[in-house]
Write a protein of this length. Structure first.
Lengths: 365, 321
């Protein structure tokens, strides 16, 4: 008995680091296990504070902390900057930087604490980068026009590098335009759409669908609508966690980066920070998704409405990180436009968190 | 529908006007109007909760009528400055309805004999909202894109004309034939020129086997010259998903002796075309001109375009940098 206990304490739990550095960026670890060489550890406590650990190969976690092991890379992936142009892409090589001693918390550690669930795979991470890139291009904050000139390309690269550093905490080693053609065939995609359109019942016509398709429908949800079911409870919890953890860090960096250049801008900055503070407070004190009042459950449709507003708030949060990247790059040029955009994003955050708080939709209240 | 207007005074001394309009019982219509505008907003990249838009109609359409939907969507966008390219003679007549506004699609219009000049929605007209700036629909099986080129016809009649390229995948293994690139309504010499330009530019792309059935349409008849070629080639690349997307329209002028090498050569009419482009370009547009024109560009054109939110590049080759 005694012998058993000692043996269990002495032996470190095995950690499977397979795939780290190639198809995985990070994987959860338990305390006391040995990290593979070349990797680093991050400990996250219950309040979302992070610290680097694992120097000397073993990771030691305190009570209530969860641990991550990540490999700094380098990694490579292909991105599609425009959904409508799938054959032309960017080949990106990036790495997770060695820790910057000037900041109290590494951005990548915050990313792990706030967004990672289970293994962080390279393709899932690349999809997030692609999302951020596509949104910035669609909004016109980054520009990648047809027949890009060298100057325009350099401006794009500067903005993109800063976006990835500010939003994800990774540094870009290299990024070049590539022809994705052999791997991604647009003709195939169009053919698949034609097949899908032919099978989808046309809503415009009041035709009774054939019994065969009616029976087959529940088994195969159409890819346009049922590909990924929206789970209100999970999405809402994920969104609120992100708001709770990231808003304070975001405010701290906005204070440093968005330096006002005059009395008016100073006032603007103060009011933005104040409003962000209130949004942060609202996110931290958000009522439970499923309760209309203590002990009084809320209907499923209202829960769905609330969850959608949480997700909208996270969308605004993503935009806020992207805007912070633009602030950090801008220095003191064009601040008016950036402050106006900040005003819009904070208004969206206020709107979404306010709607999330509501028990009933506005029209019904 | 009748309206009552009253005035009142605000603390700053200014007059505030209060307008009340009566809408004879059509709650379903109001709900549908709101739904249409909200669904269509899903296709916009930038959400701004600070803005409130009030849309109203001066007459109530019948309960079965739906052609007003497109007008509501366009009004909702135009009032927020999202349609800088909207045709000049406002108010534009727009007819169209959709079951799929959240994807920006327009399914059709009901009017049997629409007046000339009306903006019509539907399969053979405006198929989706992005088409207003020439962008392909990301959910349609036929990919079609537009690019614009300046049409110089003696000063007063100068205008921007569009060229539209629609591509549909050929069955794998289908024999490529001459008809795979069709340009209905053009004479045979110009059809041949269009085919030559597209075949050359696709060869430059490394397209070995022919993959597409292609249809080319022009906004106006009676073209002359070959300065439309660059716009044609770019619309084709956009439709085939091989070109970065501008936020607005592509406006291009240029031809080539060697499309198979991706080369862009100069065309005639620098001064009038630049003047036209400076007048017509709007926010988000991408202007592409031959490199040979760079030295002769009117001073201030670049800055004027940038001030409008458009961008200009002089290129000697198409494709990635």
């Amino acid at each position: 008995m005694m012998f058993d206990l000692f043996r269990r304490m002495a032996r470190a739990p095995a950690f499977d680091g397979a795939g780290l550095g190639t198809r995985l960026l990070a994987r959860p670890v338990v305390s006391g296990c040995t990290l593979p060489p070349g990797t680093a550890g991050v400990a996250v406590d219950r309040a979302g504070r992070t610290r680097r650990t694992g120097a000397g190969g073993r990771i030691a976690l305190l009570e209530g902390e969860s641990g991550w092991c990540f490999h700094p890379g380098p990694y490579g992936c292909d991105l599609v900057p425009f959904a409508a142009a799938p054959e032309i892409g960017l080949r990106l090589h990036f790495a997770i930087d060695s820790p910057d001693p000037r900041v109290s918390q590494q951005r990548f550690d915050l990313f792990l604490a706030s967004e990672a669930e289970g293994d962080l795979a390279l393709d899932a991470f690349a999809a997030r980068i692609e999302d951020a890139l596509q949104r910035e291009l669609a909004q016109g904050n980054l520009d990648l026009p047809p027949c890009t000139t060298l100057d325009e390309w350099n401006a794009f690269r500067a903005g993109f590098n800063q976006l990835l550093y500010t939003r994800f905490g990774v540094t870009v080693d290299d990024c070049v335009p590539v022809d994705l053609r052999p791997g991604r065939d647009f003709a195939e995609a169009l053919r698949a759409r034609a097949v899908h359109d032919a099978h989808e019942p046309c809503l415009g016509k009041e035709e009774a669908p054939a019994p065969a398709t009616l029976a087959a429908k529940p088994a195969t949800p159409s890819p346009a609508t049922g590909a990924k079911a929206f789970d209100p409870a999970a999405e809402d919890a994920r969104a609120l966690r992100r708001l709770f953890l990231e808003l304070p860090c975001l405010m701290c960096r906005v204070r440093q980066a968005a330096l006002p250049s005059g009395q008016d801008q100073f006032r603007q900055q103060q009011s933005l920070l104040q409003r962000l503070d209130l949004v942060s407070l609202a996110a931290a004190t958000m009522p439970a998704l499923g309760l209309a009042a203590p002990g009084q459950p809320l209907g499923a449709d209202q829960q769905l409405r609330r969850a959608r507003h949480s997700v909208a708030a996270v969308g605004a949060l993503d935009e806020a990180w992207a805007l912070l990247a633009r602030f950090e790059l801008a220095g003191d040029r064009g601040l008016d436009v950036l402050f106006d955009d900040a005003d819009r994003i904070v208004a969206n955050l206020e709107h979404a968190t306010g709607e999330r708080k509501r028990v009933l939709a506005r029209e019904e209240a | 529908m009748s309206a009552a207007v009253f005035r009142s005074l605000l603390a700053d001394g200014g007059i505030v006007t209060v307008t009340a309009t009566r809408r004879p019982g059509a709650p379903a219509l109001a709900a549908r109007m709101q739904e249409v505008a909200r669904l269509a907003r899903h296709t916009e990249a930038r959400h701004d909760s600070r803005e409130q838009v009030v849309i109203s109609m001066d007459r109530a359409p019948g309960p079965q009528e739906r052609d007003w939907e497109l007008a509501v969507v366009l009004a909702d966008r135009a009032v927020r400055g999202l349609l800088p390219h909207a045709p000049a003679p406002a108010p534009q007549l727009a007819l169209g309805w959709s079951h799929d506004w959240q994807r920006g699609r327009i399914d059709g219009h009901d009017a049997a004999t629409p007046p000339p000049g009306a903006l019509l929605g539907g399969p053979r007209h405006l198929r989706h909202l992005g088409a207003l700036t020439g962008q392909p629909d990301v959910s349609a099986a036929v990919s079609s894109a537009r690019a614009w080129f300046p049409l110089h016809s003696g000063g007063i009649n100068d205008s921007l004309c569009w060229v539209e390229v629609s591509v549909y995948p050929l069955d794998p293994g289908a024999a490529p034939d001459d008809e795979a690139i069709a340009a209905p309504g053009l004479d045979s010499a110009r059809q041949h020129a269009v085919r030559q330009a597209l075949a050359g530019a696709r060869h430059f792309d490394g397209e070995t086997a022919s993959r597409w059935r292609t249809t080319v349409r022009f906004g106006q008849d009676g073209l002359h010259g070959n300065s439309y070629e660059l716009a044609l080639v770019l619309a084709d690349r956009l439709a085939r998903g091989r070109e970065f997307r501008p936020r607005g329209r592509i406006i291009a002028s240029g031809c080539s002796n060697a499309w198979h090498a991706g080369q862009v050569d100069a065309v005639e009419g620098l001064a009038p075309k630049c003047a036209l482009i400076a007048r017509e370009a709007a926010a988000g547009d991408r202007v592409l001109l031959p490199r040979a024109w760079e030295a002769g560009l009117p001073p201030g054109l670049r800055d004027a375009l940038r001030a409008k939110g458009a961008s200009l590049a002089c290129v000697e080759r198409i494709g990635i940098i």
